[in-house]
Ligand binder design. Structure first.
Ligand SMILES: Nc1ncnc2c1ncn2[C@@H]1O[C@H](COP(=O)(O)OP(=O)(O)OP(=O)(O)O)[C@@H](O)[C@H]1O
Ligand SMILES: [Mg+2]
Length: 315
């Protein structure tokens, strides 16, 4: 668990972070969202002690971070820097291996881990492992940054706009990948973005920041349903909220299930239990149909979802 209590950060006379208090439970994904310059990166950098606090305190698992050794603290916190922060004179493999090397893992274990992570992030190790950062595209470099943060399996992940420079499709893939990893390993994560859709998709709770303060700290659903101010309301997009709420809800939670899973007809199209209601509705509109078959992860047909039911459930 990470606790920020009345934390302030000043640069000279200007206040970048202004008395914020925030509790991030173990296993949670807390997303800091807000406009440029509102203090998101500064907040992250105080958590791993790259910046000193001007006032207040930060506790990790109940322990005040100022009493901890900063190097030890950081070894347990994977950090993805805004704009990658890879070492230019190190190969991709060496960049990813940085923390395991510091932790003196055996060579073979490090090599296996590097291969595993590059593959996980969609970078073929045979092609990319021996490249230098300047030989990568912006999106590839960002993925190496994420691989590096995950390398030593830290308990805490701090991610500062990790998918910022990616095209929409790669970004979506990495978001899905992150949700999948998160379901498996549940790392306590503080994730910074200025993209509210990314925040809604990834967060267990969102902290909306403005001018160094936290305006609202709540679940994605509550941020959409009960924005605490006009600022939050304009951030989530007032008229867009209905669809955004639908994108938070899974088909699997609303579908009518068959007593027994069936084998799909050849070529039968439908949606997955894990897809959002928004996606299901979109497919129905496109196919001009009132209902769709639903498949589980193994491809078995487990039930149907109907347009009527989606509208009944409403926003
Ligand atoms: N090292 C520094 N020295 C002086 N001022 C700084 C320093 N770092 C940040 N600031 C200021 O603190 C404020 C918050 O900056 P921060 O980097 O936390 O914003 P951010 O929310 O991450 O913005 P962005 O979305 O653009 O990355 C800004 O006004 C910035 O100019
Ligand atoms: Mg920033």
């Amino acid at each position: 668990m990470i606790e920020l209590k009345n934390v302030t950060c000043r640069f000279g006379t200007s206040v970048a972070v202004d008395r914020i208090s925030l509790t991030i439970e173990t296993g949670e994904v807390c997303v800091l969202v807000g406009s440029s310059g509102c203090g998101k990166s500064t907040t992250l950098r105080m958590v791993n002690r790259l910046l000193p606090l001007s006032a207040g305190e930060i506790l990790v698992d109940g322990e005040n971070i100022t009493t901890m050794n900063p190097e030890q603290l950081r070894l347990n916190m994977g950090y993805v820097i805004q704009g990658t922060g890879l070492f230019p004179h190190w190969t991709v493999a060496r960049n990813v291996a940085m923390v395991p090397e510091l932790l003196k893992w055996p060579r073979q274990r490090i090599d296996e881990r590097v291969q595993e992570l590059l593959t996980l992030l969609g970078l073929d190790p045979a092609i990319h492992a021996e490249k230098y950062p300047q030989q990568l595209s912006g999106g590839q470099a960002q993925r190496v940054g994420v691989a590096r943060a995950l390398a030593a399996d830290p308990n805490i992940l701090l991610m500062d706009e990790p998918f910022g420079a990616l095209d929409a499709i790669t970004r979506e893939n990495l978001q899905l990948e992150m949700l999948r990893i998160q379901r498996q390993v549940r790392k306590t994560t503080v994730f910074v973005t200025h993209d509210i859709d990314e925040a809604l998709k990834l967060a267990t709770r969102i902290a909306v920041m403005d001018q160094g303060r936290i305006i609202q700290h709540d679940t994605p659903e509550n941020i959409l349903r009960r924005p605490a101010s006009d600022f939050v309301e304009s951030l989530v997009g007032k008229q867009d909220r209905g669809l955004k709420l639908m994108s938070l809800r899974r088909v699997g939670d609303l579908m009518q299930r068959y007593p027994q899973a069936a084998i799909p007809e050849p070529g039968e199209e439908g949606v997955q239990e894990d897809d959002s209601l928004r996606l299901a509705l979109s497919v129905m509109l496109w196919q001009d149909s009132g209902e769709l078959p639903v498949f589980n992860g193994d491809g078995a047909k487990t039930g149907v979802v109907t347009r009527e039911r989606i509208f009944q459930a409403g926003a």
